[in-house]
Design a protein around this ligand. Sequence first.
Ligand SMILES: NC(=O)c1ccc[n+]([C@@H]2O[C@H](COP(=O)([O-])OP(=O)(O)OC[C@H]3O[C@@H](n4cnc5c(N)ncnc54)[C@H](O)[C@@H]3O)[C@@H](O)[C@H]2O)c1
Length: 316
Amino acid sequence: MTRRVLLTGGAGFIGSHIAERYVEFGFDVTVIDDLSSGRIENMPKGVRFVRCDICSDEARSVAASGFDILNHHAAQMDVRVSVADPRRDARINLDGLLNLLEGARAGGVRRVVFASSGGVVYGESDRLPHPEEAPKLPVSPYGVSKLASEYYLTAYAQLYGLEVVNLRYANVYGPRQNPHGEAGVVAIFSSRVRNGEGLTVYGDGEQTRDYVYAGDVARANLLASTQPVPPLRFLDDVAVNIGTGQEISVNRLVATLLDATGKRAPVRHAPARAGELRRSAVDPARASRVWGWVPEVSLAEGLRRTYDWMSSQAAA
Ligand SMILES: NC(=O)c1ccc[n+]([C@@H]2O[C@H](COP(=O)([O-])OP(=O)(O)OC[C@H]3O[C@@H](n4cnc5c(N)ncnc54)[C@H](O)[C@@H]3O)[C@@H](O)[C@H]2O)c1
């Protein structure tokens, strides 16, 4: 039986990779996106597209029109915007989610897959990588809106029997990525290397992140859409980290990018940025145990693909 899926944010970076996978696996895909950062040409052929804001009445009626799965990726996802304007962040990320959920439950949606963030919901700790049960302590309004969204979803699961999977991504990178996102540094560095420009590293460059390739993330979304959901007793029961578990420093990221692309670029150090997490990585053991999901694309290969895509865009 064909599964009907409503994918929000499907014209964006991660959403477009998920849309490709859904189409490839025969899902009937409708995308909602307001194109505020997404691009229509990101989407694969074969998806139905509705251009609207997730906070609108139109989005709620679309969500109510008979889908099996709601996959929610549309978001305000710039940490700095959330700090400067936390009400805007909450309007899109919380009111937008509730608007869709009200439509989804009226329309009989059975499962919701949500793009949460392991980079922002966990607190700072020396015990890395974070398992799903690690303490939560977001430092930004964006992190709070992701964690609050997870709580709203588990409340809907209990109230209305919705199946919920909260995917907590590490820093996602790859072709079509947005330089303002959590792994924006890959897009920025790739573009600067391509243009023969220097790279700026803040602080000593030993701060770490966990970089996961967008194609691997799309594969995890397919599993989250089709595999059984565990019983819900605690918030973390229905959360799944999607990352590599490896901490990569900015210095190593630069070295791997230059090595993988065979390019050179001068590196300049600037003062460390206030409020930046020192270390971050998520433990993907649960995804591996329950779904057999493991990241397949190495950092070097993923960076090369991202760089090649950026070069092809610039050439076009
Ligand atoms: N990129 C990462 O490293 C990362 C990490 C953790 C979580 N996430 C989450 O994954 C999701 C996708 O992120 P991305 O990196 O692909 O970003 P993106 O900006 O490329 O995609 C977001 C999409 O949502 C659309 N959108 C934004 N506001 C909207 C609104 N009000 N109504 C309708 N559409 C709207 C945008 O036009 C865009 O196409 C987000 O929820 C983000 O918080 C991303």
